[in-house]
Ligand binder design. Structure first.
Ligand SMILES: NC(=O)c1ccc[n+]([C@@H]2O[C@H](COP(=O)([O-])OP(=O)(O)OC[C@H]3O[C@@H](n4cnc5c(N)ncnc54)[C@H](O)[C@@H]3O)[C@@H](O)[C@H]2O)c1
Length: 339
């Protein structure tokens, strides 16, 4: 490998640009190829973030065939995965955005192929890299969690041309719904800090949001009750119907002597411990840089030890949100792993 890590991007939408901005500050990263089914989008992004001679493609097979790459970013909507196989076949490390898929079987095949070929991977659960999250994870080893509450509450998506994401986000068969697509961050943090989730029971609310788009068929809100392996319980929620304001992102973990209150997209922490002064740990604003630097270093040094969410771990988080979707349909509790 040359001194720089030559990167390709599959999917050049919103989150790809967030990573490209972060990678622009990394002296070891060079963006050599861009792929998007919307070729104009790939060209625009390439002109802003591409290295000299960067190539653009509308099909990922062509990108992999024609460009020599050290690693790939896969920034696709949940329903559009599969490019992972191209990377794995060639032994190319990849970073993939959360949730890793919409289809459990495909994700399981990707995970199996990753293991077989020993490909280095990283999943975009960037909140794992936050210092507040890591501190709470350590504390909870000694003081186990008992109750967990959290989720994402926001407004109804407005389908402006700039908000292209919502064309798939509001379609259940494409995004998997808000719990699967967005609250996946909270589910992943619960798993990371508190241990495995063993059972879910979910309730959807539908029929309140009118005239969003003819395709809108996701839940207006959902509540997912969870059981954890250590015996703790919790409730996680999603709403994209709170147009009066308030809401936001939150995760509260209550243990015997510790209360961890995370708030905001940046997951700022207020840490309360019995007999100790309260502590505030602001969330890092440059979290994509931190996450991307860990991936680039891992590829460069061929050392995955600083990657906090490899593909197999992202697959376990996927299992929980897909189980919640199954429970929303059946009304029954679903044990994990689910069938
Ligand atoms: N980590 C985070 O905080 C975070 C934030 C936003 C989005 N995401 C995740 O990133 C993923 C992408 O979201 P986004 O906001 O970038 O969506 P987006 O709609 O802005 O971009 C997706 C891009 O992928 C392209 N695309 C679709 N199918 C393709 C294919 N088969 N080959 C090549 N290109 C294809 C689309 O044309 C589009 O340009 C989603 O899974 C989302 O959940 C993560």
């Amino acid at each position: 490998m040359s001194e720089k890590v030559r990167l390709g991007f599959v999917g050049c939408g919103g989150i790809a640009v967030a990573h490209l901005k972060a990678l622009a500050k990394n002296p070891y990263a060079e963006i050599a190829a861009f792929c998007d089914i919307n070729l104009e989008r790939a060209k625009t992004v390439a002109s802003q973030y591409g290295a000299a001679g960067a190539t653009v493609y509308s099909r990922s097979e062509e990108m992999f065939r024609n460009t020599s790459l050290d690693a790939v970013y896969i920034c696709l909507p949940p329903f559009a995965h599969g490019a992972e196989f191209e990377a794995i076949d060639r032994g190319i490390p990849f970073f993939v955005e959360k949730p890793v898929n919409l289809y459990f079987e495909q994700a399981r095949e990707i995970a199996a192929a990753v293991e077989r070929k020993r490909v280095l991977t990283s999943v975009g659960y960037m909140n794992r890299y936050r210092s507040g999250v890591q501190k709470v994870k350590e504390i909870l080893r000694q003081d186990p969690p008992i109750l967990v509450l959290g989720g994402w509450i926001g407004q109804t998506p407005r389908l402006t041309p700039e908000a292209a994401i919502y064309s798939w986000w509001v379609v259940k068969e494409k995004s998997g719904g808000q719990f699967h697509e967005q609250v996946t961050h909270t589910v992943d943090l619960v798993r990371f800090m508190c241990g495995e989730i063993t059972e879910v029971q979910a309730y959807p609310a539908k029929g309140f949001n009118k005239n969003v788009s003819p395709n809108y068929n996701i839940e207006d809100a959902s509540v997912v009750n969870i059981k954890l392996a250590n015996g703790a319980v919790g409730s996680l929620w999603a709403s994209c119907s709170a147009n009066g304001g308030g809401g936001g992102v939150s995760l509260s973990i209550y243990a015997g002597r510790t209360t961890a209150l995370f708030t905001g997209w940046e997951h700022s922490l207020r840490l309360l411990q019995a007999g100790v002064e309260p502590e505030e740990i602001p969330g890092e604003p440059n979290i994509f840089e931190i996450e991307d630097n860990a991936f680039i270093d891992a590829v460069r040094l061929k050392d995955p030890s600083k990657i906090l969410c490899p593909y197999t771990d992202g697959l376990r988080t996927l299992t929980v949100t897909l189980a919640a979707n199954q429970s929303m349909m059946s009304g029954e509790p679903v044990k994990i792993p689910f069938k």
